[in-house]
Design a protein around this ligand. Structure first.
Ligand SMILES: Nc1ncnc2c1ncn2[C@@H]1O[C@H](COP(=O)(O)OP(=O)(O)OP(=O)(O)O)[C@@H](O)[C@H]1O
Ligand SMILES: [Mg+2]
Length: 224
């Protein structure tokens, strides 16, 4: 499903250039549950942003579900993101003035689904993550763990092939973190490919495959 070959990403800044990814090659199959680990600054988010078509590599090739991402226009990449990828971030990234239902329904708005259908599916998704009693709450009226569950519901609503989670438990206590991980594992069992960045060795251990990045290179790739 994911094929990356000889990929590099070099950021140019006033202070000089930074090689964030250095000749990375990687294949990830449909239905895998993968953890990406590595020290701060090792290139994990850079890799995730490229996988999510949020940024483009300086060199190398990325094929997602048979599509060569390099050849797509900006708009085509946006469509690919909308239809095939769900994102979960450490800081939840919910819209503060919107309710849980509205936040979750947002990806469907761009996909031109009718209002009634959007609300029905958003309620459904929120029930699946155990938030049936928080449908109309705004983010600031919910705990961090609940906000992250809203973000998971939002990531799942368009039934994407690929779920990318960048430190999804980074801002959570261990029991909320466990719940978030449980939901991601459940999503994986339901057929979604899940790629998860984490600093937490305990979380990485519960995935099927652990890829370790150091200084922009893959230094180990273990099936566990
Ligand atoms: N937009 C940018 N411009 C310049 N340099 C960047 C940019 N984004 C990241 N970098 C640099 O690229 C390297 C990799 O950064 P990245 O964010 O991918 O690390 P990370 O592994 O996600 O770290 P963390 O665990 O702290 O989130 C770092 O040295 C960082 O300083
Ligand atoms: Mg990061």
């Amino acid at each position: 499903m994911i094929k990356i070959s000889h990929m590099s990403k070099i950021y140019s800044t006033k202070g000089g250039s930074v090689t964030a990814l250095d000749n990375v090659s990687l294949n990830i199959g449909k239905g895998e549950l993968v953890a990406i680990v590595g020290q701060s600054g090792s290139g994990k988010s850079t890799l995730m942003n490229i996988l999510g078509c949020l940024s483009t590599p300086t060199a190398g090739r990325y094929t997602l579900s048979g599509q060569d991402v390099h050849n797509l226009s900006f708009d085509e990449r946006s469509l690919l993101r909308r239809d095939k990828i769900g994102f979960i971030f450490q800081g939840f990234n919910l819209l503060p003035k919107m309710s849980a239902i509205e936040n979750v329904a947002l990806p469907l708005m761009c996909a031109k689904v009718s209002y009634d259908e959007r609300v029905r599916r958003a309620k459904d998704a929120l029930c699946r993550v155990g938030l049936e009693r928080r449908l109309n709450h705004k983010p600031h009226e919910m705990s961090g763990g609940q906000q992250q569950r809203v973000a998971i519901a939002r990531a799942l609503i368009s039934n994407p092939h690929l779920i990318l989670a960048d430190e999804p438990t980074g801002n959570l206590d261990s029991s909320s973190g466990d719940e978030v991980l449980r939901l991601l594992i459940e999503a994986n069992k339901a057929g979604h490919t899940v790629i998860l960045i984490t600093h937490d060795e305990k979380i990485a251990r519960r995935t099927d495959r652990k890829i370790c990045i150091s200084d922009g290179r893959i230094i180990s790739d273990i099936n566990q």
